[in-house]
Design a protein around this ligand. Structure first.
Ligand code: HEC
Ligand code: HEC
Ligand code: HEC
Ligand code: HEC
Ligand code: HEC
Length: 216
């Protein structure tokens, strides 16, 4: 039979396959990794705000409790955002005429809320509820990181379905006893005892991975 390809052509073809195949797999891998990487979920990115509010000053240095400003977080699906009145409890005295606080004074004068740009926002087809998490021993810090150290607020977790499920499949290691939920930087003395909290909080893990738990 006549040779269609010279032997070296055949070899080149084979080398081509050997090189191209991993490259192709690699390319798919890159796309996959990107879709699953933090940057695809805006992790670490900050958002511009009408007022340069700083959690590190307010929640860190001054030690104001998260719930003072996000005051529906223990009962509602939304954490709630502070009103201008809340800011003014202090800023009617502290930095009273400061230009950075102009939007606070305007909001108060016009009786309109301050429009903060959101950092965490799930798509509308996914359901979340702050109250249930906080009341069953999941701390702000577990999902939002060390907010009290942040000069500019940023997302520290993807908030993707995979991230939700990591905890929903096995929540015990992430739980805190009720008295420790708002203790900044809390770690358990004895991690083995966290498993008892599943029972104490009456958490039924089977249900937590059902599609309908998080999707309408
Ligand atoms: C189990 C994870 C989790 C815990 C615990 C948690 N959050 Fe959130 N937080 C989220 C998610 C997810 C969103 C986005 C919600 C949405 O888009 O519906 C969010 C959004 C927010 C927002 C934006 C406004 C809103 O409600 O959408 C604020 C403020 C907030 N969280 C504060 C807090 C504070 C304060 C605590 C603790 C008292 C806390 N969160 C505990 C996951 C969590
Ligand atoms: C518990 C009292 C208190 C509350 C409530 C409060 N602040 Fe402050 N805030 C302070 C103090 C104290 C400082 C530090 C003042 C200084 O540096 O001289 C400060 C500083 C600031 C600064 C200046 C930050 C900088 O870069 O130095 C801004 C902006 C600010 N607050 C905005 C707000 C907004 C917006 C709210 C409402 C969401 C608010 N604050 C609620 C006490 C408060
Ligand atoms: C003095 C009021 C105040 C306190 C105390 C406070 N926050 Fe906030 N928080 C704000 C304001 C104002 C914003 C909007 C500006 C920003 O994103 O920085 C905000 C934004 C947030 C967001 C992002 C919301 C979004 O758009 O997705 C999270 C998460 C959050 N806070 C968590 C916390 C946690 C956790 C604590 C306690 C460690 C805390 N906050 C304490 C006033 C406060
Ligand atoms: C660190 C752990 C943790 C993370 C992360 C987490 N959850 Fe949960 N979630 C829980 C626990 C614990 C409960 C309470 C279960 C119970 O009451 O039996 C819960 C309950 C819920 C419920 C109420 C279920 C019901 O019907 O009672 C919803 C909805 C929910 N989570 C959605 C989410 C979504 C969406 C995310 C991701 C954006 C998320 N959760 C991330 C631990 C977590
Ligand atoms: C613990 C909460 C939770 C459970 C349980 C859950 N999801 Fe999700 N799902 C989410 C969140 C949050 C998002 C939005 C973020 C994302 O796209 O990952 C999402 C996104 C999705 C998307 C859109 C993905 C995309 O790339 O656009 C689909 C499809 C989906 N879920 C299907 C399912 C199905 C099917 C189940 C049951 C086997 C399920 N989910 C169970 C929380 C959950």
């Amino acid at each position: 039979m006549a040779q269609l390809f010279r032997p070296e052509a055949n070899a080149r073809f084979r080398v081509g396959i050997i090189v191209a195949l991993p490259a192709a797999i690699g390319a798919v891998g890159v796309v996959f990794a990107y879709n699953h990487s933090d940057s695809a979920w805006d992790v670490g990115q900050t958002v511009s705000q009408p007022i340069p509010f700083r959690h590190d000053i307010h929640a860190g240095q001054l030690g104001v409790d998260c719930r003072y400003c996000h005051n529906s977080v223990e009962r509602a699906s939304f954490a709630g955002m502070p009103s201008a009145q809340t800011c003014m409890t202090c800023h009617s005295q502290v930095l009273a005429g400061a230009s950075v606080l102009e939007p606070v004074r305007t909001s108060l004068a016009l009786d309109q809320p301050i429009i903060w740009n959101s950092i965490h926002q799930l798509p509308s087809y996914a359901r979340f509820h702050h109250g249930i998490h906080v009341s069953k021993g999941v701390a702000c810090e577990t999902c939002h990181g060390e907010v009290w150290t942040m000069a500019q607020t940023r997302k520290v977790e993807t908030m993707s379905m995979g991230w939700c499920l990591d905890c929903h499949r096995n929540p015990a290691p992430y739980l805190r006893p009720p008295e420790a939920v708002h203790a900044i930087g809390w770690t358990p003395d004895n991690p083995a005892e966290l498993i008892n909290l599943l029972k104490a909080y009456n958490i039924a893990t089977e249900r937590l991975t059902n599609c309908s738990t998080c999707h309408y």
